[in-house]
Write a protein that binds this ligand. Sequence first.
Ligand SMILES: *Cc1c(COP(=O)(O)O)cnc(C)c1O
Length: 343
Amino acid sequence: MSLPLIDLRSDTVTRPTPAMLDAMFRASVGDDVYDEDPTVRALEEEAASRFGLEAGLFCPSGTMTNQIAIKAHTEPLSEVVCEQTSHIYLWEVGGIAFHSGASVALLPGNRGRLTAEQVEAAIRPVNIHYPTTSLISLENTHNRGGGSCYELSEIESIAEVAQRHNIPLHLDGARVFNALVATGQSAKEYGRLFDTISVCLSKGLGAPVGSVLLGSKQFIQKTKRIRKVMGGGMRQAGYIAAAGLYALENNVERLADDHARAQRLGATLATQPYVATVLPVETNLVIFKLEDSMPAEQFLAKLEEQGIKASSFGPQMIRFVTHLDVDDAMIERIEAALTDLQG
Ligand SMILES: *Cc1c(COP(=O)(O)O)cnc(C)c1O
């Protein structure tokens, strides 16, 4: 009997469990474009209330929730302050220019994290030559930064800068629950500091599809038309919202297991002669650099032979992601495969 495939490429690869599928199957639904789907409403309310925010908007993807938020916060000839390797800039197909006609002020972060000083220095003075700074966006955990987490005090300082300049603060919280579980910070605190938060249900939380955008009632009302023009108005979406609700109820605390498994992999990698560096492991992402003597394609091909999939993340860089469908037995198989590669 062949061993199950281990997929470390992303935490988006998880399949719904029988219990999640059962919750989906039993969902009561209606037409959500008419605001008549009780399960979508329940998910939006539940997600918003966890963060102490007023309202939520269920969307097909995190790219859509981020881009809708950016469009609703900004106008053409304005500028978004963000980190240079942030998902909203690097991995959303240039959507800020396309959807919002806005510019970006790209800042170099410390593994993706910005400081209040950097953010304040990037805010444009009023001048006919400049775009106006219309939004500050943070990412937590930071993907490119290897799942790094902000200190709460730094977020507070950045929020203070944002408030003083009267500029809204958005969080790309695709993996915000990983950050909350890893640091012990509170969701309600985030709701006080950020004007809007985008949360992915389809990553570590294990739902097959969906993200929610959270904010004030008035803001979310405005975003409904933007979701519609992007083609994101869904009908009996309660069937997929039910998976998101199930994920919020059952799959948040267990993220700590993914973090512990990522730690284990990070420690094993650090002792391998063909590994040059491993970024500090804070959550469920393990990013490392291979020595030149071990070409990345060769490394990935060897793992693939053992039924392990991972992805390259830049020259000689590899990313491993732990998630709901990676258990301790699989971690042992990965460790054995990594040790074998020395030979
Ligand atoms: C995955 C991700 C998103 C959203 O991605 P979708 O695939 O569109 O859901 C946004 N931000 C970050 C940091 C992500 O990792």
